[in-house]
Design a protein around this ligand. Structure first.
Ligand code: GLU
Ligand code: ZN
Length: 476
């Protein structure tokens, strides 16, 4: 990629909560800018006025901030490319509309929706791809005047040049070639005078000096039209890269039923933004780095050439993997801060620390702590059926011996003391391996699986441990 300042942008239409697919596009543009010492611009494509509301814009900015994708310029972050809301940029477009019309590169189209629809159907019936039939292309001034006199309102269409090949190098998909004859004249200004998407989107990129656009693959077919349009008004086009779509595991567009539609949903479920970013970084972007990366590290390794062409599938297990990597990379203090809202009130700092040390390896989402909190801190224990059977089957002598070997006092809440206690219990019961650990774990936790026993012992008051052992030390 050539040197020079790289300007990337994320240009969402704020029509709802940020979805994972869009978040990934934003991340890639952010990383591309960071990787080249460039700038990342946030532009809000809010020209579809009925649908855009202030709260949606705020939610979008909050979602991007949660991910850590700080924009160098955009809403709330003024810079030379302002304004950043498309609804405030319409004044910039006038001279370009005028110029295109003056030079005959655009013309008014008076066709009604019904007429356009009929023409489209006729083409489909004839087995041709539907595109504007060109009905208004060659209207004389008198014919236009007649339509105006009937009160017909015109859109403005871009006049596609005939017989052109449009070639460009897509940053993801490589060499592309389109024939202008396959593309119909497209609307650049609606009847109400507002700019249409293809126009405002391309003009804004050019006017903002955007050098690289990474966007969804669904926009690939828009690119030849936008390139011709920019050429017609002598504005520099950015380089485009079309990022494969993120779909559900079934190949359908990602939606709520895949359990991962929105960032909000993931955040509410307890996922850390670092886990989400690490996951998204690897969806359709190959990297040899298998460890949890910071955004800076991701930027250092980001390359559009490593973006894959095939659609990417959402994989909840992978997301969980990165969440788990994040959790297990937390320091004791960080883990404490993260889990603080879920710790029981009134426990000592040492108890909290012992508890966190015991359960953290078994926690992926903060919520997972609830189960172990109940096991460790609540007097009554709920038993899973197989655990109850395993404990009952171990026999009363086993538990009497184990309870008898418990120290009188608290083992000191240290791992070493707890390991020594476990060893003492093992000797007293005369059992080893699974024959020792399975019933012990079952009686102490009501489960067959869970955190390691020694740290759990360290986290539990010794009287509770004794009580749980003695419960099985009496014949039923
Ligand atoms: N507002 C468009 C979208 O969200 C932007 C497309 C683009 O990035 O060029 O799909
Ligand atoms: Zn027309």
């Amino acid at each position: 990629m050539p040197a020079g300042t790289v300007i990337t942008r994320f240009a969402p239409s704020p029509t709802g909560e940020l979805h994972l697919g869009n978040a990934r596009t934003a991340l890639f543009n952010f990383l591309l800018a960071r990787s080249r010492g460039g700038r990342f611009v946030l532009r809000i494509e809010d020209t579809d006025a009925q649908r855009t509301q202030e709260p949606l814009l705020e939610a979008l900015c909050a979602d991007l901030s949660w991910l850590g994708l700080r924009w160098d310029e955009g809403p709330g972050q003024d810079g030379p490319r302002a304004p950043y809301r498309q609804s405030q940029r319409s004044g910039l477009y006038g001279p370009y509309f005028e110029r295109l019309e003056r030079e005959g590169l655009a013309y008014p189209c008076y066709c009604s929706d019904v007429e356009l629809d009929l023409a489209r159907r006729a083409q489909l019936t004839a087995g041709r791809p539907p595109r504007y039939a060109g009905s208004c292309r060659e209207l004389s001034l008198a014919e236009r005047a007649a339509r105006e006199a009937q009160g017909r309102r015109a859109t403005l269409r871009f006049r596609m040049p005939g017989g052109r090949r449009i070639e460009f190098e897509d940053l993801v998909h490589g060499a592309q070639s389109f024939a202008s004859d396959d593309i119909g004249d497209f609307v650049i200004r609606r009847t109400d005078g507002s700019a249409a998407f293809l126009f405002s989107n391309a003009l804004d990129d050019a006017l903002m000096g955007v050098t690289h656009v990474l966007r969804g693959a669904d926009h690939l077919s828009n690119t030849p039209s936008q390139l011709l349009l920019l050429e017609a008004v002598d504005l520099p086009a950015p380089r485009y890269g079309h990022v494969s779509l993120l779909t559900g595991p079934d190949g359908a567009p990602l939606s709520k039923r895949h359990g991962a539609a929105s960032l909000r949903g993931l955040a509410a479920a307890g996922y850390a933004s670092a886990a989400v970013c690490n996951y998204l970084y690897r969806v359709g972007h190959s990297t040899p780095q298998q460890s949890l990366l910071s955004l800076e590290q991701m930027a250092a390794g980001f390359d559009p050439a490593h973006l894959q062409r095939a659609n990417a599938h959402f994989d909840a297990a992978q997301l969980r993997h990165w969440q788990s990597e994040w959790v297990h990379g937390l320091s004791v203090e960080q883990a404490h801060a993260w889990l603080a809202p879920l710790l029981p009130a009134g426990i000592t700092a040492a108890q909290a620390e012992a508890f966190i040390a015991a359960v953290l390896p078994n926690v992926v989402l903060a919520e997972d702590v609830r189960e172990w909190r109940a096991v460790v801190f609540e007097e009554t224990l709920s038993f899973e059926e197989p655990a109850l059977r395993a404990a009952s089957a171990a026999g009363v002598e086993f538990f009497a011996a184990a309870a008898g070997a418990l120290p009188d006092s608290v083992p000191g809440e240290s791992g070493a003391a707890a390991r020594a206690t476990l060893a003492a219990l093992e000797r007293a019961t005369g059992r080893r391996g699974a024959a020792f650990f399975v019933p012990l774990r079952a009686a102490l936790t009501g489960r067959l699986h869970g955190p390691q026993l020694a740290p759990l012992l360290a986290a539990m008051p010794v009287e509770r441990v004794r009580g749980r052992l003695l419960r099985f030390a009496q014949a039923a």
